[in-house]
Each structure stands twice: as C-alpha cells, then as structure tokens.
Design a binder for this molecule. Structure first.
Ligand SMILES: NC(=O)c1ccc[n+]([C@@H]2O[C@H](COP(=O)([O-])OP(=O)(O)OC[C@H]3O[C@@H](n4cnc5c(N)ncnc54)[C@H](OP(=O)(O)O)[C@@H]3O)[C@@H](O)[C@H]2O)c1
Length: 263
C-alpha cells in the first residue's frame, strides 16, 4: 500500500518519548518532514537526532513548548510552518493527566487536565486549520486512551476529558470531511511507555506489591497476553493520517490487544 507520506509535513505534540516519539519515528521512516515538541528542549534534541540516525531522514526538527500554554502553541505552529512550509498532518498528543479518584482532585488538577488533555488539542487544531483549509487537505489524529470506550478505575480526569476529545473529533470530522480534512481518535490500551510504568508503580505502591506483579496481573487481562509496543501503536496512527486513508473519519479506534470488551 502506498501511504503517500513522502514529503508530507507533520507536527507531533508530546513527542520526546513514548507514543509521540514512536509516531514521529514512523512518519520519518515514510519520508515525511516532521516537527516534534515537548517541554524539555534537550530531551527533544536527543530524540530528533536519534530519529534522524534511525531513519536516515534529515528532515526531523524540534521546537520546545508547553502545550498547556496558548502562546507556546501559537509559536509552535508558526515555527512549524516556517520550517516545513505548511502543515498536512497534526498528531494531537499530550502527557497523561494525574491519576486518582474524584475525591483526590483539586480545582487545580481539573484545570491542568483540561488544558493538557483537551484544550491543547482544540488550540492546535484552531492554529493549523487555516493551512489545511487553504490546501483542501489535512489529517488530524487525536491520541486519547482506552477510557474513550470503557471508563478506567481511579482515572477520573482521563475518563472526563478524553470523552471531550471524542466529541471534538466527531464534530470536526462532520464539519471538515468535505474539504478532505479527516479527523480520528486513537486510544492506547496498555502500551509499554514511561507513563504505563509510572501508573504501574502507583498501583504497586497502593496495593503494597511490586510493579512487575501489577504488570503481570494487567497482562493476564489482555487477550494478546502482553503490553503493546509503541511502534505497534504508531502504525495505526500513521495509516489514519496518511493519504492511503481517504474515507475513514470521525472514528475512535483502540490499539489494545483486545483489552476492552465493549462492542
Ligand atoms: N502508554 C499507554 O498505554 C497509554 C494508555 C492510555 C493513555 N495514554 C495516553 O497517551 C498519551 C501519551 O502517552 P505516553 O505513554 O507516550 O506518555 P509518556 O511516555 O509519559 O510521554 C509523554 C510525553 O508528553 C510530553 N509532555 C507532557 N506534558 C507536556 C506539556 N505540558 N507540554 C508538552 N509536552 C508535554 C512529555 O515530554 P516533556 O515531559 O519533556 O514535556 C513526553 O514527551 C498520554 O496522554 C497518556 O495518558 C497512554
């Protein structure tokens, strides 16, 4: 299948490590021109250099930003357009919200998760849409969580704001499909990244167990019998964002090894 990603201009949020990094690497393998962002400039520089080495693609750039800050996002999009000449593909990704129960969350936690996991996606989309509309082409993939299909215990912030991203995705898909701008959501189940290791450590601490025990118990609930790899997650995102996807829009898809049983 020809993914038509050669020379496509891609912006990936929250990409110094984990899922964002794997997605950026997969685009670089396809010959796309990629800008990655996160808050830590030196980690980003290392990641950009590693991606270049791994893929042989020199068109990998970085620009540090805090995606909860409107000004940072506007500068990021401006810089991306300066470096790449436009934006064809936007991957909205973020750090995870604080884990915990409703009674654990302060007003500040709610505000932070709103800005990190929902508003940042809205703002970046607003900033890139004029370019996509002008060229009558665009692909947006919003990274969320398996909580879009089945609420997660002890993850009230994820359960709340990921649902908001679903609504946003559906509205955008409806409003933009006529301009060949396709918008989808992809949710990870349990993909082996630092975030999942951190959540396992929190659960281990609460239950007085070792993180490896939590991992083993989690893997037993996954029909595939293991955590996914970031590269496996990235493949689905890259297809939805590619020129090979001409008719899938407004969908929410899980990459979860069969974890979620809902229909
Ligand atoms: N991995 C999974 O199985 C899984 C499951 C469910 C949901 N998710 C969700 O998928 C997303 C990505 O997960 P992951 O596993 O790749 O997480 P990760 O390994 O912790 O990576 C998170 C990335 O987000 C960046 N980031 C965090 N806050 C930021 C901010 N304010 N501005 C800019 N960049 C920021 C981090 O870089 P800096 O720290 O340098 O900013 C890092 O590059 C998260 O929202 C997570 O909750 C993941």
């Amino acid at each position: 299948m020809n993914l038509s990603l050669e020379n496509k201009r891609v912006l990936v949020l929250a990409a110094s490590k984990g899922l964002g990094r794997a997605i950026a690497t997969a685009f670089a393998h396809e010959g796309s021109h990629v800008v990655i962002t996160s808050r830590d400039a030196s980690a980003l520089e290392d990641t950009a250099n590693t991606i270049k080495q791994e893929t042989g693609n020199e068109n990998v750039y970085f620009s540090s930003s805090d995606i909860t800050k409107e000004k940072d996002l506007q500068s990021l999009v401006n810089e991306t357009v300066e470096k790449l000449g436009g934006v064809d593909i936007l991957i909205n990704n973020s750090g995870g919200p604080r884990a915990g129960l409703f009674e654990d969350m302060t007003a500040e936690d709610w505000q932070q998760a709103y800005e990190l996991n929902l508003l940042s996606y809205v703002r970046t989309t607003q900033a890139v849409l004029p370019y996509m509309k002008k060229q009558q082409f665009g692909r947006i993939v919003n990274i969320t969580s398996s909580s879009i299909k089945q609420a997660l215990d002890g993850m009230v912030l994820s359960n709340t704001f990921r649902a908001g991203v679903l609504g946003l995705t559906k509205s955008l898909a409806t409003e933009l499909a006529g301009e060949d701008i396709l918008v989808n959501t992809v949710g990870p189940g349990r993909i082996a990244t630092d975030r999942v290791a951190e959540l396992d450590a929190i659960a281990a601490n609460k239950q007085d167990k070792q993180p490896e025990d939590i991992k083993r118990e989690s893997e037993k609930k996954i029909p595939a019998g293991r955590y996914g790899e970031p590269e496996e997650f990235a493949k689905t995102v890259v297809f939805l964002a590619s020129g090979a996807n001409t008719y899938v829009t407004g969908q929410s898809l899980l990459v979860d090894g069969g974890l979620v049983r809902s229909l």
